[in-house]
Write a new protein. Structure first.
Length: 431
């Protein structure tokens, strides 16, 4: 697919393209295209970051035929959406030690189908959809960070060797706050905390792109506060003449991604079922059912005779059975003294002491797997308390391999940020 930018247009729609009736939205879209003199019939959807769910994973060495099933399993385990409800795009990148990293981007299948109907009602052909990346950097090397300040949200993009790692809407930003660096710093820091450990240390600079608008004061204020930021946020630079750079057009960037064979959305595969094969299966099932019924009749007859014999023997063994049952109950009562699971009270005490007493960070679920692998899922309303909790748990000698597995910003109804962390419990396991 050949991609070139010949022009850009802004088409404000009064209707909501993702929610209103397709014919209503299509009518407004046709009117806008007619006014702009645009006659193109083939279209590509650059999906806004606010519509996406994402998760970073490591892909183990698998046969090619098993890899897609593994990706859908990771979506089902780590995202609040099922494979039947989602379409999936995968961005792959190489990590140190010959590991394959990937970021999964999921959006609702129903939303994509609705938008496809909108374009169809407008007489247009929607040929594909991809995450609306802020800048296409397929030939770049190293870690690249881009921040874009939109009219109603801030968008963050992180790439590694040209592959997309993070694309997120920082919807905790208030556009009317005067673009203060203090309002931006925490959401950016939380987003970058989701990077794989191998990449986090390589984040040194962040490009601010926002067309011809001048953000000199914001850049100066941001960089001036780096000394107090403990090195957890990158230095900010403002890109020059952003509107003249075709890489900064989300639609063109998404098209370049599809051209390079990456980031296209796909749904779970379903094997076609032919009517003839269904009939054959029904006949085979009926024959099998008859054979099973005959076998069950013979089996039941034999078992009834055996049951009568065993009942007579059981009456003779009843006193011995009572002694064995009593011994089993004694062993069961002493089982906790030989438990190989972690010291539950010590683990719960450490978790309770690491979280603030004010209730600004709390746990909804604590899971222990394989004896030492612990995962905490919860919510936080105070960013400082959330970061302090992480620091406390990282310093504990009883905790190893502490990781932030997932963070998700709050919604309009609930400002609480959802998070998931994991670690290895190093105390209380008996040999």
């Amino acid at each position: 697919m050949s991609v070139s930018v010949t022009g850009t247009s802004h088409l404000p729609l009064k209707a909501d393209i993702a929610a209103d009736a397709p014919d209503v939205v299509a009518r407004g879209l046709r009117d806008q295209l007619r006014e702009q003199g645009i006659r193109e019939r083939k279209w590509l959807l650059a999906v806004p970051p606010a519509w996406l769910l994402s998760r970073q994973i490591v892909i183990p060495a698998l046969p090619p035929e098993d890899e897609e099933s593994f990706l859908w399993l990771q979506l089902e385990q780590g995202m609040p959406i099922t494979p039947d409800e989602a379409v999936l795009a995968v961005s792959r990148y190489a990590l140190p030690q010959d590991r394959q990293g990937a970021t999964l981007f999921a959006m609702g299948k129903a939303r994509l189908a609705h938008i496809t109907r909108v374009f169809g009602a407008a007489g247009l052909d929607l040929i594909g959809a991809a995450p609306g990346v802020l800048r296409a950097e397929r030939n770049a090397s190293g870690v690249g960070v881009v921040l874009s300040l939109q009219s109603d949200e801030a968008l963050l993009q992180v790439t590694f060797d040209g592959s997309l790692v993070i694309l997120r809407s920082l919807n905790t930003i208030d556009p009317g706050s005067g673009e203060s660096s203090s309002e931006l710093r925490l959401p950016v820091r939380l987003a970058l905390a989701g990077l794989p450990d191998d990449l986090r240390g390589d984040v040194t600079e962040m490009d601010l792109v926002d067309g011809p608008r001048d953000h000199t004061r914001l850049v100066t204020e941001w960089n001036g506060a780096l000394a107090d930021a403990a090195g957890d946020v990158p230095r900010m630079t403002q890109a020059n003449d952003a509107n003249d750079d075709p890489r900064l057009t989300p639609g063109a960037a998404a098209a370049m991604s599809l051209r390079d064979g990456a980031l296209g959305f796909f749904a779970p595969r379903r094997e076609p079922v032919r009517v003839s094969s269904v009939r054959v299966r029904l006949v085979r099932a009926a024959v099998l059912l008859v054979m099973i019924s005959l076998g069950c009749a013979v089996f039941v007859s034999v078992q009834l005779r055996r049951e009568a014999t065993l009942k007579r023997k059981l009456a003779v063994l009843a006193p011995t059975v009572a002694k064995v049952t009593d011994a089993h109950e004694q062993v069961t009562s002493l089982a906790p003294w030989f438990d190989r699971m972690p010291n539950s009270l010590a683990l719960l005490r450490l978790v309770a002491e690491s979280f603030p007493e004010q209730g600004t960070v709390w746990v909804n679920r604590l899971t222990v797997a394989d004896g030492t692998a612990v995962r905490l899922d919860g919510h936080a309303t105070d960013s400082k308390a959330w970061l302090a909790m992480q620091e406390t748990m990282r310093k504990s000698p009883n905790i190893g391999d502490f990781r932030v597995v997932q963070t998700r910003a709050g919604t309009a109804k609930s400002r609480a940020m959802a998070f998931a962390v994991s670690f290895t419990w190093l105390e209380g396991v008996r040999p």
